[in-house]
Design a protein around this ligand. Sequence first.
Ligand code: SF4
Length: 368
Amino acid sequence: MTADLEQPAAARNADAAWQDDVRAGARHVRDLAALPLSPAERAAAQDAAAAHKVRVPKPYLELIDWDDPNDPIRAQVIPSPQELVATEGELEDPIGDHAFSPVPRLTHRHADRVLLFPTYQCAVYCRFCFRKESLTAIGRGYTREALEPALAYIAGHEEIREVILTGGDPLSLPDKALAEIRARIEAIPHVRLLRIHTRVPVALPSRITPGLVAALQGRLMVTVVTHFNHPRELTAEAEAACRTMRQSGFVLLNQSVLLKGVNDRVEVLEELCRELMYRLGVKPYYLHHGDLARGMAHRRTTIAEGQVLVAELRARVSGVCNPTYVIDLPDGGGKVPLGSSHVEGQDGDTWRIRGQDGKTREYKEVVG
Ligand code: SF4
């Protein structure tokens, strides 16, 4: 058999692997019945599933320790009755996606970049998702026609340099659709960077196939922003998926969400950030303070708790392993850093700056 004939068979096998992982996972609320939950837990999870869809591919389900009711993997994907408790101050659209949406499926909050929503469906539905109400209300997948107004908007705004595919999870789309979207975007000359926000390498790493990678390769620099939240998610399969993307020339960054009971201990964040950088070759980029998504008060820390954690993290890991702790402000204020300042004061050209050891030193500026 020639290499040309072998290639389609290899591609078919790669696609069969991830499709099997999807089929063998939990795809609907009714699939909760097959999980090792107590009758009371199952009933509570089924009620809570009304607030946000349920979908968990097999590789992610297999990471759950079902003997631990507080398991950090389980906490991210199995519905909890606390999701039904809306707390005053929580928002339907926590970061103002809708207010900055000039055309359907696009958000333009900052001049040089837009969010493009090719699909409102995901490979995994995360209980903490700040877009969960959009995913539930809109819920639609990709169609060529639905994206036309957004593509025309990008073509008509020369200030746009970056297009961020988000959603929904763009990597839940078929290769053909991804190739089509990528080709349409790269035909717009002023666009320089294609960014992809995805949880597929975490929850369904088998989906990162040579065919998927090829669909994204073209004129544009590609940056993939993964979403690992806990070191137990850094499996050998996830590592292989990241290697495939790195070797294809993609830049890999990670954003995590700070979640109470999941990753709000410095030891957990330390292992997560080190292993992401050293083993997966993924630069920790942002640690998000929990957004004001409804029903998520039980997973949010206070900002003060987050600041203590990131100060400890900063003292433990190197700069390349350190994410920036940010809050995505409601009403389109954008992401702003929350880490506490080391600057304690200034007297003329002398600054008082606290070192990582907690001691304050004077720094005298010398400029020409
Ligand atoms: S994959 Fe992303 S968009 Fe989808 S539910 Fe999870 S966090 Fe939300």
